[in-house]
Ligand binder design. Sequence first.
Ligand code: AOF
Ligand code: ZN
Length: 320
Amino acid sequence: MHRCLELAEEGRGFVGNGALVGSFLVRDGKVKAEASHKKFGNNHSERELLEKFDQEIYSEDILYVNLEPCCHTGKTPPCTDIILERGIKNVVFGMMDPDPRVSGKGIEILKAKGVNIIGPVLRAECERLNRGYINLRTKGRPWITLKKAQARDGSIAKPDGSPLKITSKEQDAWSHEWLRAKHDAILVGVGTITNDNPRLTLHELNKKFVQPYRIILDRSVRIPEASNVLCDEHRARTIVIISDKSATSDYAKALKEKGIRLEGIPMEGSNFSWDHLWKVLTTPKEDFFGITSLLVEGGSKTWEAFHSSGFIDEDVLLLG
Ligand code: AOF
Ligand code: ZN
């Protein structure tokens, strides 16, 4: 199952609002073929595996997969169909699929056709890997991690408000690898952009990872045109969330004409309407396939908005 999870990671950053899934086929204790769900809309992992492995299937062969095989026709036909068509007799799975179109039915169908099923196996680890996907299917919103860096005296900036280097190199490397690279998007308020002009990218050492989306909350479209997130090579992976009222401003129109992604969302008091925000962030649109996890990096107003909303799933404090 650990191997399934490694394979599933191949889809990170590509599967949009879908699940991370890896699978492989074992014969006589040896792995015969491996596959993963590589991209939104592409073959699911099991179909990819069984299309690739075109040899005869034996009754002792075992299929391992970290998610219950699906039984519905979405963008691709049901995985249960190809498992049965190919004559797989043994399936080991990691966790149930929280998608209401599946949720146990995939396993039932296979069992009813005489397939031996073992699972859930390593359920906690499987659910941890797909925590974003689970949140989206069960709560209608992404998994939200809040990251805060704070000096030991409690300060987060210099007294005049200018940026203060708080974290060590080691802490930065850790948070790039374990926070940024493990979330589909990084979110900050526009104040962070105007104060620090961060790039919000992954370090060079993380080249094998996909650049997470950069989500900027900017109700009145204050983001400077020259900011790094709008000008660097990853600018197509920046989404600026503005109020629906600001969407008609000349500046918003000018940014849109430059190809910058702006999304107008209604306000509820001083916050964006959360429901609208989740909808925009998790619904596929053109070449954006949706996200399932969000790393909130600041600043203090944004932290406060998320804290008071009660939407935080995980809180990470780096003390420098
Ligand atoms: C599997 N194996 O590799 C994946 C599964 O939009 P679609 O058609 O890709 O369907 C998405 C749903 O399919 C998703 O919510 C989940 O139920 C299942 N994903 N299932 O057996 C896979 N990616
Ligand atoms: Zn499937």
